[in-house]
Design a protein around this ligand. Sequence first.
Ligand code: HEM
Length: 469
Amino acid sequence: MRDFERDYDYTEAATDGEWRLPPGLRRALPYYARRRWVSFGEPIPLFEHLHKVFGKIAHYRFMGSTIVFVNDPAWINEILVNQSASFVRERTLKRMKILLGEGLITSDDPIHARRRRIAAPAFHRQSIAGYADQIVASANAAAGRWSAGDEIDISDEMMRLSLHIVAKTLFDSEVTADVLSVRDEVNTIMGLYNFLVAFPKLESVLHWPIPGVIRFRRSRARLDSLVAKMIAGRRALSHQQLEQRGDLLSTLMAARDEEAIGGGMSDTQLRDEVLTIFLAGYETVANALAWTWYLLSQNPEAANTMYAEVDQVLGHHAATMQSYPQLRYTEMVFAESMRLYPPAWAMGRQSTRPVELGPYRFPPNTHFFMSQYIMHRSPEFWEDPLSFRPKRHTPAAKAARPRFVYFPFGGGNRQCIGEGFAWMEGVLSLATIAQRWRLCFVPRHPVVAQARITLRPKFPLTMRVEASR
Ligand code: HEM
């Protein structure tokens, strides 16, 4: 096997008529895959090589498409913010339509802008403040299931926790058991999605009578009927009653778009949005929390500082919305964890018209990828990038660094709508669990990050539970 880094195959900037592409791989991706320099299943090594070899921008060809990989914060800003009107979401995520319909993640403007306007109030600071107690109660229940000396798989535990939180806050669910069973459906669907997404004619594949696809359809139907039940139960309520209920679904149902005729969302729109929020908010937070516990176990000094803060701010009292802003070091720990292991590890956009970045000019239908994983670990922007240092996220340090060197929640008009929620959920969950337990890593399996839709631990992360005081 030849070494890709020594023996990459590149072109100088490619000119083709009016288009000017940056340097990149001369041949299509399968050529490199056959030589095992890259692997389709593991995209991060490819991105790392391209970054190392080509620097801030590179292109390659795959299945007839031109793919541009952008590692420059100013150009990422161009794509996500300044020239965002020239892009739609890249097709890989858009194919989630088979599950999510036309929700926030899968829609493009003008539908997206309207959807965003209607959903925004449900995620305002005042709205999500009401969820703090539910988050703390769920984290306490999780911590209460463990005993000193237990060995737990922390990613599994954090998935349970974040699912519980999303079920409580989205539905205020009396039917938690129902929602918990959804987890299996979601896992089935996500597992198959990684496989199905490779098919060019995905929509027709979905009608095939093969076992995996039948399972996918069945899981999707069960999810649909569960959500339909939740919506139907609330249709009988008045606008005021909906507002009073306070769960996210009710808030969405009470939302009105003054500019649009008809105002609120139809059942189908609600279903699409609920599933979108459910999927976007569940695995991301769970992975961020799992990686944080692992990193704390490897960095005792940072862990001691965090535990001292939790002790000082909370003592034996349960965390609340009032204590949340005081848990500042805990928040920096969570931020630093998402630097090294960003749950959303890359983002994609597709151009709809000619686009210029610096000296380059790209045709419509070019695919652009930007990777948090690469930017967050770039030695150009981070001193000793692989070391875990929460102090990188003090307000002063944040103000001093360029936008899009650190962007776990994306940016521009599609920035994560749940960002405020995610910070609160992460910090309050960490602090609540830390009041009772320290978690020590038990090296039963290698620690490997696997890039799927989110960045997750490839093998179980086993942790031993020890009393924290
Ligand atoms: C640590 C946790 C989370 C991370 C790292 C994360 C990251 C992201 C990123 C990077 C995007 C933008 C993707 C793009 O522009 O292509 C996004 C979008 C989104 N996120 Fe999050 N997210 C998290 C938690 C949540 C939560 C808790 C919710 C809901 C409760 C949520 C709901 C959404 C939705 C609905 C979108 C689509 C927004 C749009 O396109 O307008 N996320 N998220």
